[in-house]
Write a protein that binds this ligand. Structure first.
Ligand code: ADP
Length: 167
C-alpha cells in the first residue's frame, strides 16, 4: 500500500554536514520525495511533535535537541511516499538507540549518545500511519506538498491576515 511518511534530518545531522549521506541512504528505499524544506523549530512545534513523550525524564532535553539548542536551529523536513514507506524508512534509520542500531543504518553510522544520555540519532521517521498523518499536517501546509490527494483539504478565506513579503 502506498503511504507517506515524515522524515526529519535533525539539527545534529545538519551541523555535522551529513545531510547528503543521509539522503543517499534514504534513496536506497526507491521512495519518492513529495515535500521538503529547511525549517527553524520553535518550542511550540517541538513540543507538539513530541507530545506523546511528555512526562518522560528526557522530554525537556529532546525538545532542546530538536530546537537546535545543542547544534543549529535548522532541520530538513521531508515527506517520502510509496509502497510500505513507513517501514522502509524506519529500516534504513535503524533503532532509536544509536548503540543498538545496526552499523549500516543511518543511526548506527552517524548517531551517538550524549554525556547527558540523550540519543542524538540524526533522523526522525514516522512510526505508523496515524503518526505520519499527524506529523505531516503539523510540519507542512497542503500547498507545500507535490500531491493533491494525500489528505482531504478545504479552501477557506482569511480576511485581514498579516503576511511577511519581500521588500
Ligand atoms: P523514534 O525517534 O525512534 O520514533 P521516540 O519517538 O520514542 O523514538 O523518541 C523520540 C526521540 O527521543 C528519539 O529519536 C531520541 O532522540 C530520543 N529518545 C527516545 N528514547 C530515549 C531514551 N530512552 N533516552 C534518551 N533519548 C531518548
Amino acid at each position: 500500500m502506498s503511504e507517506p511518511t515524515l522524515v526529519i534530518v535533525k539539527p545534529d545531522g545538519l551541523q555535522k554536514s551529513i545531510t547528503g549521506n543521509v539522503l543517499t541512504r534514504l534513496s536506497e528505499t526507491k521512495l519518492v520525495i513529495i515535500g521538503a524544506k529547511i525549517k527553524s523549530v520553535s518550542r511550540a512545534l517541538a513540543e507538539e511533535h513530541y507530545r506523546h513523550l511528555k512526562g518522560k525524564p528526557f522530554f525537556e532535553e529532546i525538545i532542546k535537541y530538536l530546537m537546535g539548542q545543542y547544534h543549529t536551529n535548522r532541520v530538513l523536513a521531508m515527506i517520502y511516499y510509496g509502497d510500505d514507506a513507513i517501514q522502509k524508512v524506519r529500516k534504513v534509520c535503524g533503532a532509536t538507540n544509536p548503540e543498538e542500531a545496526e552499523p549500516g543504518t543511518i543511526r548506527g553510522s552517524f548517531g551517538r549518545i550524549t554525556t547527558k544520555g540523550i540519543y542524538e540519532n540524526v533522523i526522525h521517521a514516522s512510526g505508523n500511519g496515524s503518526d505520519a498523518a499527524r506529523e505531516i499536517k503539523l510540519w507542512f501546509e497542503p500547498d507545500e506538498i507535490a500531491s493533491e490527494t494525500l489528505y482531504p483539504t478545504q479552501e477557506i478565506s482569511i480576511v485581514n491576515q498579516k503576511k511577511r513579503v519581500w521588500v
